[in-house]
Design a protein around this ligand. Structure first.
Ligand code: ADP
Length: 179
């Protein structure tokens, strides 16, 4: 599924974010940046040990923030590591932190002159954010950024499961992307 936002494209696909050939892929990291399970583990395995070595030099990342490293053995030149919130029930603060994780990732990409970015669904694995609540936040935040910053030409959400893809497709049909 694909949507045009100004001169940019927002895309939803089912797949593995580690395999994307966008200039940057985003990692759903934890605050230590020292590796974990889920998509973080998969990215570190695919990128090789040099990625962890560079992460060690960064001193962690706050929830809602993002930092960038090289991509090493990945097709993507860069990895943007962002830390989403742990979900403990729906509340505005948690939602703001999820929004911030997407927004800061886009800002970091833009600051590097990156034109294409692939995201996994942040916080919806081990961190427990329900897909139905997370998908509209992800889409709204990225769509708003693309409208304001057309230098980023393509953003692809790469959803691991069919269920996640469906949740994002449904959200895309519902959220007001002109907000
Ligand atoms: P978090 O700790 O932010 O919840 P997880 O890595 O546990 O991060 O999960 C985030 C989302 O990424 C989940 O929806 C999970 O299904 C998905 N995921 C796991 N592996 C991959 C992958 N290789 N590519 C894309 N998405 C993935």
């Amino acid at each position: 599924m694909e949507l045009t936002i100004g001169s940019s494209v927002l895309e939803l696909v089912q797949g593995d974010v580690t395999q994307q050939d966008t200039e940057a892929i985003v990692n759903a990291a934890n605050r230590s940046l020292l590796g974990g399970g889920g998509v973080d583990g998969a990215i570190h395995r695919a990128a090789g040990p040099e990625l962890l070595a560079e992460c060690r030099t960064l001193g962690g990342c706050e929830t809602g923030n993002a930092v960038i490293t090289r991509g090493y053995r990945l097709k993507a030149e860069y990895v943007i590591h962002t830390v989403g919130p742990v979900y403990r029930g729906s509340n505005p603060r948690t939602e703001r932190l999820l929004e911030s994780a997407y927004k800061r990732s886009m800002e970091v990409a833009r600051a590097k002159g990156i034109r294409s970015v692939a995201f996994p669904s942040i916080s919806t694995g081990v961190y427990g954010y329900p897909l139905k609540e997370a998908a509209p936040v992800a889409l709204r935040t990225v769509a708003k950024f693309l409208r304001e910053h057309p230098e980023i030409e393509r953003v692809c959400f790469v959803l691991r499961s069919e269920r996640a893809l469906r949740a994002f497709e449904e959200a895309l049909g519902k959220v007001d992307l002109a907000e």
